[in-house]
Design a protein around this ligand. Structure first.
Ligand SMILES: [Zn+2]
Length: 132
């Protein structure tokens, strides 16, 4: 999982850096008409599609995805609430030999990150074993 997270972050941060390199102060939202007028070889449908990938859009998407990864990774293990006998052993891994998450947090985090990473499966470095 560590390798997948590092690869996913690096891929998104690479896209973010490329978008920041070319962003212009006023290009937050190109319209299809803007693109059609600037590049007449682009037809209307292509222009609409390309507006999904302007630098401002890419920056917003990358920043949101990096924040999403942080939020996924910050999901807590189940803590003892006074009603159940035990909390998750991962809350105190030093107290257990070979601690394994028993609350389901690690399985959920693993699944969410695999789903997110699969959106980048066409990129160099993707491993088929990461498929959700
Ligand atoms: Zn757990």
């Amino acid at each position: 999982m560590t390798e997948l997270i590092a690869w996913l972050r690096a891929t998104i941060e690479g896209d973010l850096a490329k978008a920041r390199d070319v962003v212009q102060p006023d290009d937050q939202w190109y319209t299809a008409r803007d693109l059609f007028e600037e590049a007449p070889c682009v037809d209307w449908d292509e222009g609409e599609f390309l507006t999904l990938y302007t630098p401002g859009v890419v920056i917003a998407r990358c920043e949101a995805e990096l924040a999403e990864i942080d939020a996924i990774m910050a999901m807590p293990h189940y803590a003892w609430d006074g009603r159940s006998e035990y909390g998750c052993p991962m809350l105190d891994p030093d107290a257990y030999a070979g601690p394994v998450c028993t609350c389901g947090r690690d399985a959920i985090v693993n699944r969410l990150l695999r789903i997110k990473a699969s959106g980048y499966r066409h990129r160099p470095g993707w491993q088929e074993g990461w498929a959700p």
